[in-house]
Write a protein that binds this ligand. Structure first.
Ligand code: ADP
Length: 191
């Protein structure tokens, strides 16, 4: 199995690239942000809880996020592999993911980080906010908060996988096709 973590700050293009990688490699795409938005759309208790954090640009608590992710993975074990997008975002989530992979006799193949500067990200998110309907993309203060959380809590996840020689960086600036090609080159090297 090929189990990838697509990593990078908000607005780095993870969702766009994940959709293409799914087609090429036949993986199941699991985006925790999408899972939360689905719950919010259905007005579930989980959705209501998640929304209170997401609207402020904060992380949803690990216990909630990890539980939801586990359910999704365990309901889909008959796949060629997973592409995790927006997860793990903390060290605790990384450890929980590794434990889950071990439980399934699997492991994370690689973490691929999309490298994009902070100014580019703010521009992209404000632009996305005009059409996405995502309230967290409409407010520059919320965007800055998410970037701050990314720097403080999420960048250590890169180092966590680097200690196992699993972290790779790919330039996240360029056309969607160029970035996709660069990602595929790295992935094929690890197959
Ligand atoms: P982006 O990467 O643009 O911030 P996401 O859709 O990945 O968008 O996430 C949107 C929001 O959902 C985050 O700001 C956070 O509040 C919540 N969220 C998503 N994934 C996680 C996670 N792994 N842990 C905690 N909160 C999460």
């Amino acid at each position: 199995m090929l189990n990838l973590i697509l990593f990078g700050p908000p607005g780095s293009g993870k969702g766009t690239q994940a959709a293409r990688l799914v087609e090429r490699y036949g993986l199941l795409h699991i985006s925790t942000g999408d899972l939360f938005r689905y719950e919010i759309g259905n007005n579930t208790p989980l959705g209501l809880e998640a929304k209170s954090y997401m609207d402020k640009g904060q992380l949803v608590p690990d216990s909630v996020t990890i539980g939801m992710l586990k359910n999704k993975v365990l309901a889909n074990t008959e796949v060629n592999g997973f592409i995790f997008d927006g997860f793990p975002r903390t060290i605790a989530q990384s450890e929980a993911l590794d434990a889950l992979m071990t439980e399934l006799d699997q492991s994370i193949t690689a973490l691929i980080a999309l490298d994009v500067s902070e100014e580019e990200i703010v521009d992209r998110l404000l632009e996305r906010g005009k059409t996405s309907g995502r309230t967290d993309d409409n407010d520059e203060a919320v965007i800055r908060k998410r970037i701050g959380v990314y720097k403080g809590e999420t960048t250590p996840v890169y180092d966590y996988y680097a200690q196992f020689d699993k972290s790779i960086r790919v330039d996240g600036i360029g056309s969607i096709d160029e970035i996709f090609t660069a990602l595929c080159l790295e992935i094929d090297r690890h197959l």
